[in-house]
Design a protein. Structure first.
Length: 463
């Protein structure tokens, strides 16, 4: 189990092993190697790195075997028994394990999704769970390549688990979700039934228009906010993004709703991970393009039709791709719209440059960061608290905003934003430790608000 709140960094490693053997006292990490009778290996895809590995994590119990069973259950939802030790390298040990109950998979091919959305850490720590033949596993995709090289040999040593093959997971989903999934199916079939040329156009459009609801747009629009309205506009923009992220993440983890293609694999025309309700892409599109509409309106231009069209296309795209139900996108639009309206009201009455406002946001997110195994809450809390700190420190030096476009601010903000994100991304690609990766991502929550405040102060002096 990964401990995502940053305070864990100060207490990691402080544990007692009363009654444990001397060898067990040196074990810091455990993993379970589980195979099935079709020659496949149980694999999880990690949220932080988007890479694959066998189930496992840091040990925080006296007995490494019990820790291995717990980690496997938390990540995959499966109860396993430990058959013996496969390998010990440094402070990590890999156990040979077997599932107590048959492993529910979608097919008998070399690559199959496993029923796992009820696992405690699914959507929090794990993107997906699969049964994969070792020959299909690329070493560049794995968190621990040296370990992956041994999978074929371990298959010969470990007693396989029984696999239970399903055509779909309809029986494991609620009637309401099955009903909504039929709407997805009907929409896809309607597009396919169009004349070939029209079908191709709509298929292409609906597959790629989702990019207009991507979270990457936040970093694209941030330089525009700084260049057209200074830190005041950028602060209000970022405040709404943090608020929406907290709300959408909390709802997803609270409802635990499986995506349509988790139930019916044939609906998968696109890829996504985690839970379905509400649609984060639709909420993001509603919020971000709402700000674009608002900024253009202040400049005397109209964008209301464009705002509505983009949100509608993104919502339809998510349904067509089989990654969201109709209800998900409707609620996502409501969440994004509500956050936009509330953020505009707060900005008008309090102002986005209020250190107290940002401190309040950061402190409100602390309980979620501490209690939830999901790094986004910790990142939102850290970013808000750091922003509050820098707004207070640089209060007298920060420009309160301007209406004229400033090309210099745009260029500098663009370089700082993508420079920080790019550096941290490259740094994480060289790491395998989850805690090191978390610490690296946390650098963004410090340097980004710090950089924005410095930019605002520098251009105020020049003005």
């Amino acid at each position: 189990m990964y401990q995502y709140f940053w305070m864990f960094l100060f207490i990691f490693g402080v544990s007692s092993f009363v009654g444990a053997s001397p060898g067990d006292q040196n074990i810091k990490g455990v993993a379970c190697f589980v195979s099935d009778d079709l020659g496949r290996v149980l694999i999880t895809r990690d949220i932080l790195t988007n890479k694959i590995a066998i189930p496992g994590g840091y040990i925080d119990e006296d007995d490494p075997k019990e820790a291995a069973k717990r980690e496997t259950f938390e990540e995959t939802g499966m109860e396993v028994e430990v058959l013996g030790e496969l390998e010990r390298r440094g402070s990590a040990v890999v156990f040979a394990c077997r599932a107590i109950s048959p492993i529910p998979t979608l097919n008998a091919t070399s690559f199959s999704r496993v029923f796992s959305w009820t696992a405690p850490h699914f959507g929090r720590e794990v993107r997906g769970v699969y049964m994969i033949s070792p020959h299909l596993i690329g070493l560049s995709e794995t968190r621990f390549p040296e370990q992956a090289k041994l999978f074929s040999n371990w298959l010969k040593e470990v007693k396989p688990s029984q696999a239970q093959v399903f055509e779909n997971f309809e029986e494991k989903a609620s009637f309401f979700l099955v009903f909504q999934a039929e709407i997805n199916r009907g929409f896809q079939e309607t597009i396919k039934a169009l004349p070939e040329s029209l079908s191709f156009i709509f298929d292409f459009l609906l597959k790629y228009v989702s990019v207009f609801g991507s979270g990457a747009l936040i970093f694209v629009l941030l330089p525009f906010a700084m260049a057209s309205g200074g830190l005041k506009r950028a602060s209000a923009f970022l405040f709404s993004v943090i608020l929406m992220t907290l709300l959408v993440s909390f709802l997803k983890l609270s409802t635990g709703e499986p995506r349509p293609f988790y139930i019916y694999p044939e609906l998968a025309l696109g890829d996504a991970s985690g839970f379905s309700f509400p649609s984060g892409h639709t909420a993001t599109a509603m919020l971000l393009w709402g700000w674009v509409y608002f900024w253009l309106k202040q400049a005397g231009k109209s964008f209301l039709l464009g705002w509505g069209l983009i949100v509608t296309l993104v919502a339809l795209s998510r349904v067509y791709l089989g990654v969201h139900y109709l209800g998900d996108v409707l609620v996502g639009a409501l969440v994004g719209g509500a956050v936009f309206v509330v953020s505009c009201i707060i900005d008008k009455k309090i102002g986005g440059l209020s250190p107290r406002l940002w401190a309040g946001m950061g402190l409100a997110a602390v309980p979620l960061a501490v209690t939830q195994v999901y790094p986004v809450f910790a990142f939102c809390s850290l970013f808000s608290l750091f922003f509050a700190l820098f707004l207070w420190v640089f209060q007298s030096k920060i420009a309160q905003g301007h209406l004229k476009w400033n090309k210099g601010i745009f260029v500098v903000t663009f370089l700082v934003t993508f420079g920080v994100m790019g550096f941290v991304y490259c740094l994480t690609q060289m790491m395998t430790s989850s805690l090191s990766i978390l610490l690296s991502y946390s650098l963004c929550t410090f340097f980004l608000p710090f950089g924005l405040c410095l930019i605002s102060g520098h251009f105020k002096k020049e003005a």
